[in-house]
Design a binder for this molecule. Structure first.
Ligand code: NDP
Length: 338
């Protein structure tokens, strides 16, 4: 059983060398001392920014630290190869938490979602039909209180979550602008995802002026994925009674000292609702979400771009790449296709 393990707790930016490929032996049977467990073959693994926080020693955050020397844990799509659990049978496809390894023993499989619809790419259950899709859906519909005709700005807009937020907002009739870190990503936003406009934040000297150019009358909704300087510039450009869904702050995850947000006082003067949210609180909405998104995919009304890395051994580089923007779209790793 080939596995990607975390060598030790990290500080600063994650590196490929923080993880190693190891091989251990495994019996492809649920052991007798693990009642209710299932054994899965991992097909697709998801690389997600929150995994960075699990690579450091826990400081009481909302996620548990990884244990050095053991496989990285994350979302994935897997196939059941043996089961001691009544609700799972051999051949079932599931998505949820699994190990960065070829086969994983899952002791509490109740938290996994069973995959019922297989007429879409299975890798989508790491992205548009999985946790990032649910994040975009709940963040946009449950937190932003969006209305037709409003203006929406989303950062990290070409990523797993951002590309969907922009498309949901377009479907509702919002005016949508996104920021991303390369010209190719900006092109993708405008051509493939149908954003009204987009810009490369790395080419802007003055983010406040850039946002003023795209939103001369201000921003109703900001879907926050990056934090730091971008948030500060956005606050000055928000409209009165605007809403900010605080989904993520990726520009801050690798810094020892978070950067200051000087314009936070705008939340008062402009009566802005700035609301943090965690997708885990909304998983009860998953059936409603599938009902909405599956037809949109099948009718081609929504599109999804993935960045697919081949082989378990490519997983560390793929994960590290999230923090330099190497990924174009949802970063997924293929361990096996069936
Ligand atoms: P992405 O697929 O968007 O990958 C991360 C992207 O972030 C990179 O491609 C890069 O794009 C951008 N980025 C990296 N470093 C910086 C930086 N210093 N400044 C600005 N942008 C940067 O990731 P996801 O879509 O999966 O996640 C997006 C955000 O949503 C993250 O902050 C994540 O933590 C958060 N999240 C929150 C959840 C919740 O429950 N609240 C659940 C899931 C995700 P670029 O080239 O454009 O810079």
């Amino acid at each position: 059983n080939r596995q990607i393990v975390l060598n030790d707790y990290i500080k600063g930016f994650p590196k490929e060398s923080d993880m190693s490929l190891k091989t251990s032996s495994i019996k492809l049977k649920v052991p007798a001392d693990s009642p209710n467990a299932i054994l899965v073959k991992n097909l697709y693994l998801s690389c997600d920014p929150y995994m960075r926080s699990r690579m450091q020693k826990s400081e009481g955050g909302y996620t548990e630290s990884y244990t050095p020397g053991t496989p990285i844990v994350g979302y994935g799509v897997s196939k059941v190869v043996d089961s001691a659990h009544l609700n799972f049978k051999v051949g079932d496809l599931v998505w949820g938490m699994t190990g960065w390894e070829e086969y994983s023993l899952i002791k509490a499989p109740e938290t996994l979602f069973k995959i019922q619809h297989t007429d879409v790419p299975l890798s989508y259950y790491t992205g548009i039909l999985g946790m990032p899709g649910m994040t975009a859906y709940t963040g946009f519909y449950e937190v932003c209180s969006p209305k037709k005709g409003e203006t929406l700005f989303v950062s990290a807009a070409s990523g797993a979550v951002g590309q969907l937020v922009g498309q949901f907002a377009k479907l509702l009739g919002c005016y949508v602008v996104g920021s991303a870190g390369s010209r190719d990503k900006v092109d993708l936003l405008k051509t493939k995802f149908g954003f009204d406009d987009a810009f490369n934040y790395k080419e802007e000297q003055d983010l406040t002026a850039a946002l003023k150019r795209y939103f001369p009358n201000g921003i109703d909704i900001y879907f926050e994925n990056v934090g730091g300087k971008m948030l500060d510039a956005v606050l000055l450009n928000m409209k009165i009674k605007g809403r900010i869904a605080v989904c993520g702050l990726i520009s801050q995850y690798n810094l020892e000292q978070p950067e200051g947000v000087y314009n936070l006082f705008c939340t008062i003067t402009k009566r802005i609702r700035m609301e943090g949210f965690l997708v885990f609180d909304y998983y009860h909405l998953y059936p409603k979400f599938l009902e909405m998104v599956l037809p949109l995919i099948k009718e081609g009304k929504i599109t999804y771009v993935e960045d697919v890395a081949e082989g378990l051994e490519s997983a560390p580089a793929a994960l590290v790449g999230l923090f330099s923007g190497r990924n174009v779209g949802k970063q997924v790793v293929v361990v096996a296709r069936e």
